[in-house]
Design a protein around this ligand. Structure first.
Ligand SMILES: NC(=O)C1=CN([C@@H]2O[C@H](COP(=O)(O)OP(=O)(O)OC[C@H]3O[C@@H](n4cnc5c(N)ncnc54)[C@H](O)[C@@H]3O)[C@@H](O)[C@H]2O)C=CC1
Ligand SMILES: CC(C)(CO)C(=O)C(=O)O
Length: 317
């Protein structure tokens, strides 16, 4: 498959680097200058829980690209600009692996080429040309409205051919909201309290996170998605246990002084809840607290800490 990975930061570099292990795939990373230059010169190194050095192509220009599949791995707030860039090219399928409710943003610009996806691999960009795998997880892809899908199967086969764990999911709407419930419970709480995910195993963090996840399940049901409260809380509990030693992505953003994805996670739950007449006091409060922090602090961290600064590209939001 000819695959473009739009947003070669942590997750995009990991997934793109691993996909490039299959010589039958042609992989192109779209990223920032320092990272792109290093990948072109020395290849992409994957370390940590997986070990590989591969040679994907790399570019800073995401416009006019031709691909069978574009994986979108920018932060949620950069989704609209990624969609605009992809719309200038010739891409058959587009699949988000992001957190948060972003697929509708892609669909508005790119139409029914868009598949939904979730990823539980953990990734951290160490520096230009080098990404660390902090957790071997799994990828799910499927139709936004659910149902069996030949094109999702094709994408899943391409991932598996390169040794990634990937399933075509006929129940993608539920899987997507389940992942949202997990992120609604984990991300803002760990970012605000500055704790590892494992702190949510016990009260009071566990109770707060479970309330955010239950609210998300209620909003999902009001939006026609069959996600039971217990299933959302079980998913949360499993992820907290499996990632107990992790710094959540939102905590990493806050500690680095970067903008967060709170709008696409807790904010999206609160907004969809309001539209459907469902009260979401926990998600609304978490989103407001993170936004309050962002107003005073985000953007003051300067360096990304991985040497792959955004300063040489489009501003992030
Ligand atoms: N890092 C992880 O372990 C996981 C991340 N996710 C989700 O995946 C998404 C991406 O997360 P990360 O990889 O951690 O973020 P990241 O910030 O490390 O990577 C995004 C990259 O996209 C680049 N980018 C944005 N617009 C661009 C453009 N127009 N041209 C070129 N490059 C552009 C940014 O400069 C950045 O390097 C988020 O929604 C996150 O929640 C989901 C599962 C795991
Ligand atoms: C699964 C989890 C909560 C792992 O930390 C994550 O997706 C994130 O941090 O964004």
């Amino acid at each position: 498959m000819n695959v473009v990975v739009f947003g070669a930061g942590s997750l995009g570099s990991l997934v793109g680097g691993l996909l490039a292990r299959d010589p039958d795939h042609r992989v192109t990373l779209v990223g920032r200058a320092a990272h792109v230059e290093r990948v072109r010169a020395d290849g992409l190194r994957v370390s940590g829980e997986l070990d590989a050095t591969t040679r994907p192509e790399a570019t800073t220009d995401g416009t006019g690209l031709r691909a069978d599949l574009a994986l979108v791995t920018v932060k949620a707030y950069d989704t609209a600009s990624a969609a605009a860039a992809l719309a200038t090219g010739d891409v058959d399928l587009v699949c988000s692996l992001q957190n948060g409710l972003v697929e509708e943003v892609l669909e508005a610009r790119l139409g029914d080429r868009v598949l939904a996806g979730t990823a539980t691999y953990g990734a951290e960009l160490v520096g230009p040309g080098h990404v660390r795998c902090t957790g071997v997880g799994a990828v799910r892809v499927g139709e936004l409205d659910g149902g069996a899908s030949e094109r999702a199967e094709r994408v899943a086969r391409a991932f598996r051919a390169a040794g990634l764990d990937c399933t075509a999911d006929a129940e993608m709407p539920r899987s997507r909201w389940e992942k949202l419930a997990v992120n609604a419970g984990v991300n803002a709480v760990t970012a605000l309290a500055r704790v590892d995910n494992g702190a949510l195993r016990d009260p009071p963090g566990a109770d707060l996170a479970a309330r955010a996840a239950r609210e998300t399940a209620r909003v999902a049901r009001a939006n026609g998605v069959d996600l039971a409260d217990d299933r959302a809380v079980d998913a949360l509990t499993e992820v907290v246990e499996a990632t107990a030693a992790n710094r959540s992505s939102m905590r990493q953003d806050v500690e680095a002084g970067r903008r967060t994805e709170a709008d696409a996670i807790n904010g999206a739950v609160a907004d969809r809840g309001a539209a459907a007449g469902v009260e979401t006091p926990v998600n609304r409060t978490l989103a407001a607290l993170v936004r309050t922090w962002e107003t005073e602090n985000a953007g003051q961290g300067g360096e990304r800490g991985d040497g792959c600064d955004d300063a040489d590209g489009e501003p992030s939001g």
